[in-house]
Design a protein around this ligand. Structure first.
Ligand code: NAP
Length: 460
């Protein structure tokens, strides 16, 4: 059974859910398509009343929503509360700004006049991951519903209670039936949904493997898609960086959400002049983290999202070591109940090691030493991924130079890769294509229509 809620801190099964039958799925798709016919003609103000209300409800229910998340996927409770509040802000942001973002834009042809209109295209299918169970849903619901589309969403199998809670937020906010629909469906049913003629666009956030599969299905059906996939972000420290500042962000950037973040700092690329100091201090800081119940605010190291996630990560570390990597610290599961992993640092990862091109989705950092800025950029770019990245330096010009030279969708100077409602989020290469959030996020699934007025006689 795919949709099962396990507490990864204890291994206890909390709840399980049946998948939809094909008949039930058909009824939900029909409702979403029917709802689109009225929703697309609804004013921005009327849409905003519902989406803004959903934001308010997220805020009001933050405590209970955060607890559900912590129980289902192990996020530490303070981080979980922060995620719910951020999701509320995303809904409010699009409720406030959608009309401006989608306003007609004038064009300036040599003759006559013209403009671009933005209009909704239909039912959008979202496929979303467990690592940010509400934020990921808000990232598609806020923009695409405010644009006038309707949404059907397949959430990850391990967070069914979060999926249901988010759908209820929309319903309680006054969403008409079919506006936002949670689908507990199999991968095969998901392929059928992508191919269904009522679906007009597909937004996936997940692994590269899922991206290849869903993007191929969308391509076959000629549907526009956006792919927000994995990352192996570089965390570059130049020799003139403020080391104390960089160290704090290094710990946060690798360990937030127990390392299970697409844009987490994963490859630490350190100038050789400061590499020994950085490595010693980083190891010491990771060594102070205390595993415990993620519902307890005092806990500084939570579990991974599931037992399988832990086993996969341990296997990846083993493969890295077999190919010559050295384990500077950690590398094993913690000797306690639940799916906990020791904070881990790998060094000596050479380009022929599979780990060099791997995304470690958990508390595993790789440290590399480089001789200068150019070598740091070259190493950062020697990756199949291209999501985010960061550079720490005391020289603003060097920061900008590195930010421009690294081949990713996002670069951050003296800070880690992060996200805000206003900032377009997304990557290049195997990290996918398209952008979510910001103005760009709402443009993803709208028809950009040219309308031209010109008074000219047809040629004789
Ligand atoms: P995943 O296994 O790819 O799952 C993501 C979603 O895709 C889940 O809903 C999953 O459903 C579904 N899925 C997977 N294969 C599918 C298929 N063949 N057909 C239909 N649906 C399919 O990824 P994950 O392990 O949950 O999430 C971690 C990955 O997401 C990491 O690589 C991370 O970097 C990436 N991520 C990227 C971003 C970004 O914005 N770029 C943000 C967050 C996470 P089931 O659970 O039912 O398999």
């Amino acid at each position: 059974m795919t949709y099962q809620s396990f507490n990864p801190a204890t291994g206890t099964l909390l709840k399980k859910f049946e998948e939809l039958t094909d008949t039930q799925l058909e009824a939900k798709l029909a409702k979403a398509a029917e709802c689109f016919l009225t929703w697309k003609a609804t004013s921005y103000d009327a849409r905003a009343a519902i989406i803004a209300k959903a934001g308010v409800l997220l805020h009001e229910r933050a405590e209970e929503l955060a607890e559900t998340m912590t129980l289902e996927m192990g996020k530490r409770i303070d981080e979980a509360r922060g995620e719910v509040e951020f999701s509320a802000r995303i809904m409010a942001y699009y409720a406030t700004n959608a009309e401006t973002f989608l306003a007609d834009t004038p064009l300036y042809p040599e003759q006559g006049e013209g403009h671009m209109e933005s209009s909704p295209i239909g039912v959008i299918f979202g496929v979303e991951p467990w690592n940010f169970p509400y934020y990921q849903l808000a990232r598609v619901a806020g923009p695409h519903l405010m644009a006038g589309n309707t949404l059907v969403v397949k959430h990850a199998g391990c967070v069914p209670q979060c999926a249901i809670a988010f759908e209820k937020i929309l319903t309680d906010a006054g969403a008409p039936e079919g506006l936002y629909t949670n689908l507990m469906i199999s991968h095969d049913q998901s392929d059928a949904v992508v191919a269904d003629p009522r679906i007009k666009g597909v937004a996936l956030t997940g692994s590269v493997a899922a991206g290849r599969s869903i993007a191929a299905a969308a391509g076959k059906a000629l549907k526009p898609s956006s792919m927000e996939l994995g990352g192996a972000d570089a965390f570059i420290v130049l020799k003139d960086a403020d080391m104390e500042h960089a160290l704090k962000w290094a710990v946060w950037g690798r360990m937030y959400n127990t390392g299970q973040t697409c844009c987490a700092a994963k490859r630490f690329i350190i100038a050789e002049e400061v590499a020994d100091q950085f490595t010693t201090d980083f190891q010491a800081a990771l060594g102070t983290l205390e595993a415990g119940d993620p519902l307890d605010s005092a806990t500084t190291l939570g579990p991974l999202s599931s037992e399988q996630a832990l086993l996969d990560l341990l296997e990846q570390v083993d493969v890295a070591v077999k190919h010559g990597a050295k384990v500077l610290m950690g590398g094993k599961r913690l000797n306690r109940p639940g799916s906990y992993m020791q904070p881990t640092i790998l060094t000596d990862v050479t380009p022929d090691n599979p780990a060099f091109r791997t995304e470690f989705f958990g508390p595993v950092a790789m440290i590399f030493r480089v001789k200068d800025e150019a070598a740091a950029v070259a190493l950062a770019n020697d990756s199949d991924f291209g999501l985010g990245g960061s550079v720490f330096t005391g020289d603003e010009a060097a920061g900008r130079r590195v930010a421009s030279a690294v081949e990713t969708g996002m670069m951050f100077i003296n800070n880690i890769s992060w996200t805000d409602a206003e900032l377009p989020f997304g990557g290049i290469k195997d990290s996918g294509y398209g952008r979510e959030l910001g103005d760009m996020g709402i443009q993803q699934f709208v028809n950009k229509k040219l309308v031209r007025t010109i008074k000219a006689d047809a040629p004789a």
